[in-house]
Design a protein around this ligand. Sequence first.
Ligand code: ZN
Length: 725
Amino acid sequence: MKILKRSGVEAVFDVNKIINAITKANQTVDLKNALTSTQIAEIGAYIEGICKALDRALSVEEIQDIVETRIMQAGAFEVAKKYITYRYVRSLVRQANSTDKQILSLIECNNEDIKQENSNKNPVINSVQRDYMAGEVSKDIASRILLPQDIVEAHNQGLIHFHDMDYFAQHMHNCDLVNLEDMLQNGTVISGTMIDRPHSFSTACNIATQIIAQVASNQYGGQSITLTHLAPFVEESRGRIRNELAAEFSEAGGAVSGEVFEKILEKRVREEIARGVQTIQYQVVTLMTTNGQAPFVTVFMYLGEARNEREKADLAIIIEEVLKQRYKGVKNETGTYITPAFPKLIYVLEEDNVNPDSPYYYLTELAAKCTAKRLVPDYISEKVMLANKIDKNGQGHCYTCMGCRSFLTPYVDEDGKPKYYGRFNQGVVTVNLPDIGLSANGDMDAFWKIFGERMELCHRALQCRHERLTGTLSDAAPILWQHGALLRLKKGETIDKYLHGGYSTISLGYAGLWECVYSLIKKKLTQPEGEALGLEIMRKLNTYTAKWKAAENIDYSLYGTPLESTTYKFAKCLQRRFGVVEGVSDRNYITNSYHVHVTEPIDAFAKLALESKFQLLSPGGAISYVEVPNMQNNIPAVLLVMRYIYDNIMYAELNTKSDYCQVCRFDGEIEIVRDDDGKLIWRCPKCGNMDESKMNVARRTCGYIGTQFWNQGRTQEIRDRVLHL
Ligand SMILES: [Zn+2]
C-alpha cells in the first residue's frame, strides 16, 4: 500500500505516522477534551481501510483531510483545532523552504526542467546560474505571496501557464519595439552618460548595440529594431567620406574624374556599412546581459519604411550586407563558421522585391540563400499584412513583431499617425486548450462551460500582470521610460497611462488547438469538421479578449504562444490528469498555437494556406513554419515558398537544417536516436559522434533558433517532425 508524498514520490503507507501526528495534537489539550488511545487507533485503522479499498495512492493532503474529519466526528474539536494548526504551521515551514532544493539542484546542474528550459541559456555558466537563482526567488515570492492561490494552483496543475514568473516579483514587462530613431536622432543617455546624435553609420551601429544591451537587461522578453532607423546615417557617412576623399586627393595633388571619384566613394561607404553591420552581428551574439544570455533581438528589414528613394537605396545596401554576413555565419570557438541564434532577422516581401523584375529582387534571392543555410530570415508579406492589420481609421499597416512573435495591435497617436516603435507588450498567460478538451470528456456543452471558467482564470491572471506593472516609475528602467527606447517620461513619473488605450498590449496565449479539437471530436484540424471547430474555438477566444478590452481599456490580444519548455510541462500535466489519451496526451509535447501536428503529412503550400486562416484570428502574434530538408542546392524551391508566403500568409518561416560535427567536419543534418536507456540523443550520421559539446546543432523551436540543445519533450518533437517539401 502506497501514499503519494508532496514531492510526487510514492512511499509505503505507515499507519504509525498518522497515529503519532494525532497523538501530538492530543497531548496539547486538556484531558476532558482529549481522544482516548483507542479512538486514535480507530482513526488510524479507518484510514488504513480507505487506502486499501482505493486502487490508487492517496496523497498526504487527502489523508490529512480525512484525519481532520474523523477527529471532528469523534467530537474532539479541540484536538482537531490543534491538528489543523499543526498542519498549517508545517505547510508554512515547507513553503518557506520551497526554493532551497531548486536552487541547489540548479547549481549542481541536475535539474532537467531548468537545465533546458531556455535553449539560449547555458545553465553551467556562473552568471546564468545567478540569474536562475534570482528567478527561483522571484517564483517563490510570486507563488506564495503575490499571486492568488487558485492561479498558482492552476499554473502548477498545467491548466494555464503564468509565463515568466521568474521575473514577476519585479516590475518588469515582456517585450519592446525599440524606438532607435528617437534615440539616435535626438540623443539618449546610457548608464548616466549623454550620448549625442552620431555622425556616421558605424557609430550609429555601435550605439545601437549598446542600446540593445541596456534594453535587454531591463525587460525579460524580446526586442525588435529596424534597419530603417540606421539608414539615414549612411548618407551622413557618405558626406564625411566625400570630404575626406576630396581633401586627400587635393593633398596628393591629383585629380580624378567625377565617375572614378564616385566609384571610390561608394566603395568606401560600403566598407563602412560592412563594419557597422559586423559590429551589430558580433556584439549581439557575444553580449551577455544581466539575464545571463545574448539579447533576444529581432532585426527588421523593410524597404517600404524608407522615407525617400535615397534612403531606400541605402537601406537596400544595409539589408544586403546583413544577409551576406549572416549567410557567412559566425565563427565558433574552433574557428568554424556556424549558424548564430541571434539576431533574428525578418524580411518583408513587397512589390519592390518579390517579382523577378522587381528592382530589389536580388535581395530576395540573397534572403532565400541565407534561409537555406542559416534558417533566417523569416518572412512577412506586406500584402497580407496590410489587409490583416487595420487601424481604427480603416488604414492597413505593415510593421515588425517582437522577437517572440508578439504582434502589437494597429495604433494611431493623437495626431492620427501610426505608431509602432516605442510600444511594448505587458506579458503573457497561456491557456492549455487540450486540458479543457479532455476535461469535457467529449461533451460540447461541458466544453464551453469549462472554457468559460478557464477564460475567467486567465483573465484574472492577466489582470495580476497588469496590476504588477501599474504604478511602475520611469526610474525603474531609465533607458526604456526616460531616454527614448520606449518613452521620454520625466523622473518619478509612472508608466500607467501607457498600460491603457492600446499603447501596449497584453497577451492571452493559447496552445494545443490541434490536440484540443482531436480530444473533442476525434478529427484533425486538416479535416473539414476539425478545421471548423478549430476556427470556432479561435473566434471564441477572440470574443473574450474583445470583451475584456472593452471593459478595461487594456489591449488584450490573442497570441499563439511559443511554448519553449512549457510544451513538456503541459504534456506531463495532461498525462498526470488524464493518463495517456491517444492523439492528445500520448507524446511528451503538445502542438504550439494553431499549428498542424508535426507528424502530420501535409505539403508546404497546403499547410500555409490552412494555417493562414488561423493566423488571421491570432492578432496578438503567431508564426507558421514549414519543415524542409537541406535546401542549399535548391534555391528556386525556397523562392517558390517565399512567393507563396507573399500571396497567402502574413508571417512564416522555413525550418532548414545546417548542423556541423566538429569531429569529422560533417556539414548537414545531425540525427536524433535513442540510447540504450531509451533517452533521445544527437548523433552525427557520418562518424557516430554523440558528444553534444563537439557538435553544432541549430533548430528552430517555437520561433527562436536554439543552439544549446533541448529537454526530452522538445527533442522528441524535433525528431517527430515530418518534411513539408
Ligand atoms: Zn561526425
